[in-house]
Design a protein around this ligand. Sequence first.
Ligand code: S3P
Length: 439
Amino acid sequence: MTHKLTSSLCASLRGDITPPGDKSISHRSIMFGGIAEGTTTVRGLLEGEDVLSTVAALRAMGAKIHKDDAGVWHVTGVGAAGLQAPSEILDMGNSGTSARLLMGLVAGKNFTTRFTGDASLCKRPMERVIDPLSQMGARFESTDGKLPLSVTGSVTVKPITYTLPVASAQVKSAVLLAGLSAEGVTTVIESVPTRDHSENMLRGFGADVRVTKNDAGADVILIMGNPKLVARDITVPADPSSAAFPIVAALLCPGSHVILRNVGLNPRRAGLIETLIEMGGDITFENRRSEGGEPVADLVVKGSRLRGIDVAPERAPSMIDEYPILSVAAACANGVMRMRGLGELRVKESDRLALMAQGLTQCGATVEIESDDLIVHGTGAAPRGGAVITTALDHRIAMSFLVLGMRSAEPVSIDDGRCIATSFPVFVAMMNKLGAKIS
Ligand code: S3P
């Protein structure tokens, strides 16, 4: 059976959609609910494969998790000391967030946990969490710093001060989660701000998390060990990283008018929208409000003529998952687009720098990689398309090229669309409802 998907030229997009729940917040809702006391309710949970890997892992360690008939998830936590050793190896599938955050969570537990994942996840670097968690006392066994690996937690977790060597919310979160089991204050210093959902949500569950600045202007995040975490009710906003695909599609298709409801606009996640507006995108915000401590709004997106711009490296963490779709926007825009400082894209679900350059070139665009920068030479018209793209188990590569196919003269296919279910299971149906032709 083929899992190939093909996207063909379509007319303008119209409609009113709510993209699926935020992946980062969904993972954390299950994890933090799973170790709190009492029953956390989660509305709007992303039911993608990545989050379901986290659900399975927390269940394997003793949390009781179920979804009711109204679609609300209930997570009954085990309390601070209640996590149990999982009897089976934890298979994290494609999900780096599950793997890295859960390693932090079990680093202070008196048992051994084994982790594995799919072919993509087993290639991704884990030293970035192994290093700080080892300093805190956890013991790792792995062949080359990658999955499969096992971690044996320490009963006396050492509270460390850790300066992030890479801008990574996953590494920051792993250290903070290990810090929950430490005696004393664990400190993480980040010079470039990354998504702060762990800090905000842990505080919401009752942890003492403080953020200050040091003399160099870096964020200093402190977490006190051994807090009592208490269940709470969570409403998950729509994921800006998933909304990115219909947003760019609507901008690229002339005459489009699409409303996206309830989109999360945490400033540390909103870099793409800022960038698209700078490129000339007609995106307006309605009904700005706060939901569950996160800023959200309804977005109105209209077909626009985009121009290439220079995107500074400092913006990368606030749109790190959005470069694949941004480079599609750049390929259809007018002028040169230079996206700087994208080294981290090489260690995502695939080497996104290489795969985007390769796929866009196959579709007829002119693209260069210079050091860690991606340069796309837009002509003001979509590249011709007519290619089958290798997605290498990467959902965002898959969705990006299906959006390109909506504008290119010849259809664009992806070799295997199954990976889309990791973050956006209803992608094809939602895009087709707006007017796309994906089959
Ligand atoms: C995530 C952080 C980012 C992002 C990933 C989700 C998170 O990874 O790419 O999709 O939920 O913390 P890094 O922190 O490794 O950049």
